[in-house]
Design a protein around this ligand. Structure first.
Ligand SMILES: Nc1ncnc2c1ncn2[C@@H]1O[C@H](COP(=O)(O)OP(=O)(O)OP(=O)(O)O)[C@@H](O)[C@H]1O
Ligand SMILES: [Mg+2]
Length: 247
């Protein structure tokens, strides 16, 4: 893999296009989308339902592939990697909080948290402590042995956040990580992301519909008509700024 220069953007999309076929119709979701995110930046990604936010995260994580265009993560062009290399790259370097959590129902909460580390290699003794510490931080320290499908939606969401952080990824992709949480619990999750990611220079790309979440990010972007647009903070703070965006 190419050497990484610390000043390289951690994420770069160039002219990324992705369409989906629906019957005999082609639905164009991303059209020549451009995006550059610096190392350590916290970026909010807004956009109406169906605008392609999850599609973009799937492309960045290498789960999905663009029809055209280039995606580089930490200086690595994803299209240069084989499927297997892409899986390993994602596993090691990216933390993904899925919109629908994707917890494994046959593993306990703690086993779900340890899975990214187990896939990476042997789980070290300190890893269990880190996983338990993260569980405590998301307010679920007493649920390590629980089965995910016995937990509430918000509890599953918090487990999904903890799982995305346990292997110390350098890029965290979070798809509405507080969408199912009350305001206070959501704020705690953001505090956790701040505490754990800011110091280590980890980058966060966070899809959200929440004004509170977006306001805590360094930069606010929105997806419209297949492209990424900057949202000036002043516009966003105006009453109705976000409401206008969600129309
Ligand atoms: N695998 C797929 N096959 C076909 N169409 C897809 C697929 N994935 C996404 N789409 C379509 O692409 C569009 C964008 O979907 P996406 O999930 O990225 O939206 P979103 O912005 O995340 O929306 P939401 O806020 O509702 O989660 C939708 O119209 C969706 O139907
Ligand atoms: Mg989505």
């Amino acid at each position: 893999m190419p050497a990484i220069h610390p000043s390289d953007p951690v994420l770069r999309l160039h002219s990324v296009t992705r369409s989906f076929r629906e019957g005999d119709q082609l639905r164009s979701v991303l059209r020549d989308a451009e995006l550059s995110v610096e190392r350590g930046e916290f970026v909010a990604l807004l956009g109406p339902s169906g605008s392609g936010k999850s599609t973009l995260l799937n492309l960045v994580s290498g789960i999905d592939h663009p029809d055209a265009g280039r995606i580089e993560v930490a200086g690595v062009p994803l299209h240069d990697l084989s499927e297997k290399e892409r899986t390993l790259f994602r596993r090691d370097r990216i933390g993904f909080v899925f919109q629908f959590y994707n917890l494994i129902p046959t593993l306990t909460v703690l086993e779900n948290l340890l899975l990214p580390l187990e896939l990476k290699g042997a789980v070290q003794s300190g890893d269990r402590d880190r996983a338990r510490g993260l569980l405590a931080r998301v307010g679920l320290g007493d649920r390590a042995g629980a089965w995910p499908d016995r937990l509430s939606g918000g509890e599953q969401q918090r487990i999904a956040v903890a799982r995305a952080l346990v292997h110390r990824p350098e890029l965290v992709l979070a798809d509405e990580p507080t969408g199912n949480l009350d305001e206070e619990t959501g704020a705690r999750i953001l505090d956790l992301l701040d505490d754990l990611l800011r110091d280590s220079g980890t980058t966060l790309l966070c899809v959200t519909h929440s004004r509170e979440v977006a306001a805590r990010m360094d930069r606010i972007l929105t997806l419209k008509e297949g492209r990424v647009h900057a949202v000036p903070r002043a516009d966003f703070m105006e009453v109705g700024g976000l409401a206008g965006d969600r129309r």
